[in-house]
Design a protein around this ligand. Structure first.
Ligand SMILES: Nc1nc2c(c(=O)[nH]1)N[C@H]1C(S)=C(S)[C@@H](COP(=O)(O)OP(=O)(O)OC[C@H]3O[C@@H](n4cnc5c(=O)[nH]c(N)nc54)[C@H](O)[C@@H]3O)O[C@H]1N2
Ligand SMILES: Nc1nc2c(c(=O)[nH]1)N[C@H]1C(S)=C(S)[C@@H](COP(=O)(O)OP(=O)(O)OC[C@H]3O[C@@H](n4cnc5c(=O)[nH]c(N)nc54)[C@H](O)[C@@H]3O)O[C@H]1N2
Ligand SMILES: [Mo]
Length: 809
């Protein structure tokens, strides 16, 4: 979240789109209720189904799955043509005035630089014109036909209300009503927020959907203000912590990135990421990349990371490609993997195309499961009749189960969607032979290191030289790990402008990432967590909920990254001179000497406004981007592409161009492409989702949850039920090109027939919780049906839009 849970109470308009917060985030949803009760806030829900969130909304609009870019692109077009934008904000704090290179173009669904064979773009033309001074050229009048404003206006002129109705199936009047409600926040005195989750991410164009939402928010001046923002409601309780700590295959902690194979040179690696300002007087905070990176390497390799060996740069793996979940199972399916460790992960249930996952696991020599429970994955080799019909005798994979404790049986920190690191304490000991993940992983690590020490191997250095400074190496404490992530001074750290002033003495915990150095004198495992455990102690354990301004920021409750800031980009809540746009929702202000107020300024605290530094300090431009010059793989402006399994078979925006039916830059493995179905054989559009009563695949092991949602069902609308001749309670068979699911039909008014390009489209809804383990009635894994293709940038699978056929069973 750019903002945080409590801050939702400050909103006047709340758009829940691509999520179902009342169901999946019922606790956080109370802040929507607060905003409605105390501010008369209006809640809008846009979802293919009338959800529990929709049931308490002021306005609901239905759309076809996978068409959010058309809807949101239509909103952009509406805001631009009706001049419903926050002018001062957009003019000063975005790239609207930047001039784009002459050779950048967009023709029939493709941007300049496309290579059809590689399915990827050469992005060099997606950039600004540069002046002789090296800075990007701008035209503050916005008249230049090559400026971002003009190009964007032209791009989205195609996204008319009529097109929205034809492609999304949302009636024009409904769509325009949503536009008007959102547009009401274009004035400085009103705030609108966007809450989204998997209804936006689980698409082959997921990242671009989110970008389109962010563009709407920028036009309305809703980023960086109280009650505004782009708010990703995260999933598992610590999934925010997972990305923060770099547990994606291409990341390092703190959103640094691993080098690619071609990046063998340390200085070039740093220079590429330590971006220099693209406009005068801008901060470009990633300029400090070297300090963050070197401190991280010192934390991992200690004394073995030296200036002479580039702080151990050679120890880091250099990636030939991304090793996301889809890639890993593709390699496994080709028999290229020997073993796999599934830690708190149930891929047979959670990953797309179950048949592929099962067949891939069967090719492993060994499989390790670290989990408190016996999961579907741990028993993928057992025959469970129709639910897992495998030939056990032919599977040779050796499976090891290592029982772990659960969150309540250990202490440590959890990072919430609000970016708040909150310490929690242990409630009880784990049962039986269970051990904490920390103890199991440490034990594994020490034995692997011993093996490398004994036998050598190809390149043992990264392993044998790693530092492991814990009191009990077999079981480090959560406190030791947390202190390491914060970081400490390895030598006295002094003020760069006055070397006699010591900011942190050797051995002390650091106070903030501003103290990190690039010469090896500091260590920090995750620069954005620096400040969470200082000399003053564990900031994550703080429990003072006082809120002197009433805005809800509670700066003394736990600790938020970065720098305990609660609302990102909060400099943008003030005009150029430093006065809050909305004095009733004041976050910070310039008082003549410093920036201060109800939040930690997202800015240099003593930077006078007249210096012209802009709010978006992580971007070299200093401003927010409508034109994503080096961002996403599909293009600098989001464009609609159909899901890989489309009920139409063509892209209505480019009906003649077969190359752009679906995302032209998404990675698709040949076998997965062969497994796609078409609308001729699978005429119904399907989506998958959660219910409040269960958490994925594991609460079915708990009696209470199993009692309140005991049995698998599939939701279909009344028209479809009639069409296939079933009534509520009948069993239906839902098939895709990859398999089938049989379950009870729940016939509902909450899913309506859509008219898309003159054709009827039916939506089928599949809750995802059932399987063949646990206390509920056994059921089919819904990922039997889903296709194995991901978002072009994140590789998040397209779980939310695929094709099926519904029949009476
Ligand atoms: N009770 C409970 N809570 C949970 C979880 C759980 O299993 N149980 N899981 C947690 C996890 S890990 C996560 S990631 C979150 C997920 O939180 P959510 O994303 O809110 O959950 P979902 O139910 O997967 O999907 C949300 C909505 O997206 C809609 N949708 C589908 N396709 C589209 C589309 O193309 N466009 C739009 N606009 N909407 C679409 C669906 O109809 C559904 O209502 O929930 C978390 N919270
Ligand atoms: N079709 C479809 N598929 C989906 C989704 C969808 O919307 N549609 N959603 C996707 C999303 S967003 C997610 S997050 C995934 C969820 O997929 P998973 O993360 O695989 O599912 P979970 O059941 O939440 O958790 C996996 C296991 O973690 C174990 N566990 C709990 N606590 C601990 C612990 O402290 N240590 C260890 N080692 N294990 C623990 C649980 O017992 C459980 O078996 O599913 C994805 N799959
Ligand atoms: Mo998730």
């Amino acid at each position: 979240m750019t903002n945080h849970w409590v801050d939702i109470k400050n909103a006047d308009v709340i758009l829940v789109m691509g999520g179902n917060a009342a169901e999946a985030h019922p606790c956080g949803f109370k802040w929507v209720t607060e905003a409605k009760a105390h501010r008369k806030a209006k809640l809008i829900v846009v979802d293919p189904r009338f959800t529990r969130t929709a049931s308490v909304a002021d306005y609901y609009a239905q759309l076809r799955t996978g068409t959010d870019i058309v809807f949101l692109g239509g909103v952009i077009n509406y805001l631009l043509t009706n001049d419903k934008i926050q002018h001062e904000y957009v003019k000063n704090y975005t790239d609207m005035s930047f001039i784009v290179r002459e050779d950048f173009s967009f023709t029939d669904g493709l941007y300049s630089g496309y290579n059809a064979e590689k399915r990827s773009y050469d992005k060099s033309s997606w950039d600004y014109e540069r002046g002789d001074d090296g800075f990007a050229k701008v035209d503050p009048t916005l008249q230049n036909p090559r400026c971002v404003y003009q190009l964007m206006k032209q791009h989205y002129a195609r996204y008319t209300p009529e097109q929205v109705e034809k492609i999304c199936g949302t009636p024009k009047e409904k769509f325009l009503h949503v536009c008007e409600m959102l547009a009401s926040t274009a004035v400085p005195g009103r705030a609108g927020t966007v809450l989204y989750a998997l209804g936006w991410t689980h698409h082959s164009v997921g990242s671009q959907i989110i970008r389109t939402g962010a563009m709407v928010q920028l036009l309305l001046g809703n980023i960086g203000i109280a009650g505004g923002g782009m708010n990703a409601l995260r999933g598992h309780s610590n999934i925010q912590g997972l990305t923060d700590l770099g547990l994606m295959s291409n990341l390092l902690p703190g959103y640094m990135t691993l080098p690619m194979e071609a990046e063998q040179d340390f200085d070039a690696y740093i220079t590429k990421r330590a971006t220099q300002p693209l406009r005068p007087n801008q901060l470009s905070y990633w300029r400090n990349y070297r300090a963050f990176h070197v401190s991280f390497m010192k934390s991992w390799w200690g004394d073995n990371a030296t200036a002479e060996n580039n702080f151990g740069f050679d120890y880091l793996p250099k990636l030939d490609k991304s090793y996301d979940m889809l890639q890993v199972f593709e390699l496994m399916s080709q028999g290229k993997m020997t073993g796999y460790i599934a830690q708190g992960f149930n891929p047979l249930a959670a990953a797309p195309n179950k048949a592929k996952i099962g067949a891939s696991l069967a090719k492993l020599k060994w499989l390790v499961i670290m989990d408190p429970l016996a999961t579907e994955t741990s028993e993928f080799w057992k025959n469970f009749g129709e639910f897992n019909d495998v030939d056990t005798a032919s599977i040779q994979t050796e499976v090891f189960r290592l029982p772990t404790t659960c969150f309540a049986e250990e202490r440590g920190s959890l990072v919430s969607s609000s970016r708040v690191l909150q310490w929690h304490w242990q409630g009880s000991d784990g049962p039986g032979e269970s051990k904490s993940d920390l103890e199991i992983m440490s034990g594994l690590w020490l034995r692997i290191r011993d093996a490398y020490r004994k036998d050598g191997g190809k390149y043992p250095d990264p392993i044998v030289k790693m530092s492991w400074p814990y009191a009990n190496p077999e079981n480090p404490t959560p406190e030791e790990i947390a202190m390491e992530y914060n970081g400490k001074a390895l030598a006295d750290v002094t003020d760069p402008t006055d070397k006699t002033k010591v900011l942190a003495k050797k051995g002390e915990q650091l106070a903030s990432f501003a103290q990190l150095r690039d010469d090896g004198s500091t260590a920090s495992g995750c620069w954005i967590f620096c400040g969470s455990w200082t000399q003053a102690g564990n900031q994550m354990g703080r429990r003072d909920n006082s809120d002197p301004t009433g805005i809800g920021n509670t700066l003394n409750w736990a600790w938020a990254w970065p720098a305990n800031r609660r609302i990102l980009y909060n400099r943008a809540s003030c005009d150029v001179s430093g006065k809050p746009f909305d004095p009733t929702r004041k976050l910070i202000a310039w008082n003549g000497k410093t920036w201060s107020g109800a939040d930690i300024p997202d800015f240099k605290a003593d930077e006078p406004p007249e210096n012209g530094m802009n709010p978006f300090i992580m971007n070299p431009e200093g401003v927010a981007r409508f034109f994503s010059r080096d961002g996403l793989v599909e293009g600098p402006f989001p464009e609609h592409y159909e899901p890989f399994e489309t009920p139409l078979g063509y892209n209505p925006l480019h009906p003649e161009n077969k190359a752009v039916v679906s995302n032209p830059a998404a990675r698709v493995f040949p076998n997965d492409r062969a497994a796609f179905g078409t609308h001729e054989n699978f005429p119904h559009t399907a989506t998958t989702y959660r219910l409040t009563e269960h958490f994925h695949y594991w609460t079915k092991h708990a009696h209470l949850n199993a009692i309140i949602q005991p049995q698998q069902f599939v939701e279909i609308g009344e028209d479809l039920a009639k069409e296939v001749g079933v009534v509520a309670g009948d069993r239906i068979k839902v098939s895709s090109n990859r398999g089938h699911v049989i379950a009870v039909a729940l016939v509902t008014k909450r899913i309506k027939t859509l008219t898309i390009e003159g054709k009827k489209v039916q939506t089928v809804g599949l809750p995802l919780h059932w399987g063949f383990k646990g206390l509920t009635h056994p059921g089919y894994l819904v990922n039997t049906l889903t296709p194995s293709v991901g978002d072009g940038n994140s590789q998040t699978p397209e779980f939310k839009s695929f094709l099926v056929k519904v029949e009476k069973a």
